[in-house]
Design a protein around this ligand. Structure first.
Ligand code: PEP
Ligand code: MN
Length: 625
């Protein structure tokens, strides 16, 4: 059952409630979510609901209607993030786990690990104890395999995942690996479930070959009831009558689980399909359906693999798949971050040198704005997001060292460049150290119960009005009130309490302020993306830099721009953006913004930079990232 505490409960009341629940033999979990303090209690109790409802400090008691309790979303409405080193499984950054079916040798594991890391994997998988259908098949390298996994972590920085097949292996698992996997065949091995519950390491719990979702969640419940909340559910295909694939991948399990449980859900399309060419399509579908991550088998020489070669992707195929996922993820509000691990190390390093331990990043407006989302998707939760009132204030804060980074929008796919920020990039001696693209879905948000016909005023920043032009034109009687940011707009209408007011913002902000969505997706075109850049004083020492941004001006003579562009063409450099912009105070003279696919701060680019500087009147590198 769930005990919701009264707003003004005292510590003493809470302790008494907890001690009654402990005496009843309950498992007790405390949570504070969406402004409410909750005590979750699981176990058979001798008293009825009325008894608990009348305890001082208790506002109401809700019984959990499902047989699984600790894993249920009713008990824990917010998503659980399972932290594995720097990787948070279940957040807005997609977790890619990849590697061979089995660790076969040190060379094989290291070769594959380097490849999958290069292509975006953040955790490495590899079996050391293999549960094979035939006792004559390769059974795994056992402890030797675990030692190799530990070396893979040491050398590549990838956390390692491996299957545990018996409680007798628990000590070895503690010693060598980061995540233990309970395989499909062991999903209902209850002694093993209790064991992984007790050892406390994150667990990937695979769905049994013929298990229902409820049975699967009950298995997860075993692990949580032993005190380990770090469970990642992995759908890997179930037995059906269909022989064309090894198993049938139950993608509908994703939305079903998202509703029933707070635990992260990943998909293993390798065991689900058993066929190499079927793996990528199902992986893409899984991400589109809302999976938090993927577990993919990859082998550099699958023909020689000691197990599951036919379903293993070649590293290049895996690379192509992650590129596709990179494109798909923003459509559903997530990211695949190729710099995930390097970025975490770089940020941590910065924290050490400035002695604060915690980095700060400024974003525009209040919690819940798209800028805030860009900030948390780029950095994860390890960097504190600092609400800041204006773009200029963000640049100032970075310049003065009050924050380590700033996150600012630079262009939108419907409305173009945000010139104010380009101007600030010109004015300040800061650099672009990263970028992130978000899909922007706008909603018309109002007071609970408000209908579209009663709205008379709409608040939002001018940029959002522009992106929703067609929708707003259909409601020409509305008064449009420009404000600084989307979250501020919702806050303002919620505080004013006038049911005729509405705001344009994201769904998440509506939830923060207890408002409701009146109309969904009101942006003119659903392909509405904003590209944000991260600014800082110094380059982030992370992985390879793929892109650079410049601003330049040429002399006002024939062929001047051509001369500059020729340098890019002669050197085979791909420009991905070129835009002209009037120079302040010089009518009819222009600056150019350029983005290109190259690391302009690398040694090999230096001669090209010299040529560019030579052919321009003004030239500034905004950053490589
Ligand atoms: C594996 O991941 O290597 C494995 C054996 O998976 P499953 O338990 O899903 O068959
Ligand atoms: Mn396998």
């Amino acid at each position: 059952m769930i005990l919701v505490l009264e707003k003004g409960f005292t510590q003493d009341q809470k302790n008494k409630i907890r001690s009654i629940l402990f005496k009843e033999g309950c498992i007790v979990r405390e949570m504070s979510e969406s402004g409410q303090n909750i005590i979750g209690a699981v176990g058979k109790v001798s008293r009825d609901v009325d008894f608990f409802e009348q305890l001082p400090g208790v506002a109401k008691v809700i019984s959990i209607s499902t047989s699984f309790k600790l894993v249920s979303r009713q008990l824990h409405p917010e998503d659980t993030l399972v932290q594995v080193g720097d990787v948070a499984v279940g957040g807005e950054r997609i977790t890619i786990i990849a590697g061979p079916c089995a660790v076969e040798s040190r060379d094989q594991a290291l070769t594959i690990a380097r490849e999958v890391r290069r292509y975006g994997a953040v955790l490495f998988r590899g079996g050391a104890f293999k549960p094979r259908t035939s006792p004559y098949s390769f059974q795994g390298l056992q402890e030797e395999g675990l030692k190799i996994l530990a070396e893979v972590r040491e050398v590549t920085g990838l956390g390692v995942v491996t299957e545990i097949t018996s409680p007798a292996q628990a000590d070895m698992m503690m010693k060598y690996v980061d995540v233990v996997q309970v395989g499909a065949r062991n999903m209902q091995n209850f002694e093993l479930l209790k064991c992984v519950g007790r050892i406390g390491k994150p667990v990937v719990l695979k769905r049994g070959l013929s298990s229902t979702i409820e049975e699967w969640l009950m298995s997860a419940e075993y692990i949580l009831s032993e005190g380990n909340d770090n469970v990642i559910l992995c759908e890997r295909g179930i037995r059906t009558f269909e022989p064309y694939t090894r198993n049938t991948l139950d993608l509908s399990a994703i939305p079903v689980l998202k509703n029933l449980t707070h635990l992260p859900v990943i998909i293993d399309p390798s065991h689900a399909t058993g066929i190499r060419e079927k793996v990528s399509p199902m992986a893409r579908a899984a991400i589109a359906a809302g999976a938090d991550g993927l577990m993919i088998e990859v082998h550099h020489n699958p023909d020689e693999a000691l197990s599951d070669g036919p379903q293993s992707l070649y590293p290049k195929q895996f690379g192509q798949l992650t590129r596709d996922i990179y494109v798909i993820a923003p459509v559903i509000g997530k990211q695949l971050d190729f710099d995930y691990l390097d970025k975490a190390t770089a940020v941590e390093h910065l924290g050490k040198i400035n002695g604060t331990g915690m980095q700060r990043a400024a974003f525009l407006g209040e919690m819940g704005t798209f800028s805030h989302k860009a900030c948390t998707q780029y950095f994860g939760t390890k960097v504190a997001a600092v609400p800041t009132p204006s773009f200029k204030a963000i640049f100032e804060a970075v310049k003065k060292g009050e924050v380590d980074f700033g996150v600012v929008p630079l262009e939108n796919s419907l409305t173009g460049s945000i010139h104010e920020n380009y101007d600030l990039l010109l004015e300040y001696d800061l650099r672009i150290v990263g970028e992130i693209t978000l899909r922007i879905i706008h909603h018309l948000i109002g007071h609970p119960g408000a209908g579209i016909d009663s709205i008379s005023r709409v608040l939002s920043p001018p940029m959002a009005f522009q992106q929703c032009r067609q929708f707003l034109d259909r409601h020409s009687s509305w008064e449009l009130i420009p404000v600084k940011d989307t979250a501020g707009a919702v806050k303002e209408i919620s505080q004013a309490g006038n049911p005729d007011d509405a705001a344009i913002a994201s769904k998440e902000v509506a939830e923060i302020y207890g408002m409701e969505v009146i109309e969904e997706g009101v942006e003119t075109n659903p392909r509405n993306y904003t590209r944000f850049v991260v600014i800082g004083t110094d380059q982030l020492e992370k992985g390879p830099r793929r892109k650079s941004s410049f601003i330049f001006a040429t002399g006002n003579q024939p062929g001047a721009l051509y001369e500059v562009l020729k340098i890019y063409a002669d050197n085979g450099i791909n420009l991905v953006k070129l835009e002209s912009r009037p120079i302040h105070g010089k009518p009819w003279e222009y600056m150019f913004y350029v983005d290109l696919e190259a690391d302009a701060e690398s040694k090999s680019f230096k001669p090209i930079l010299d040529l560019l500087a030579d052919k321009t009147d003004y030239f500034k590198v905004l950053g490589s990232y």
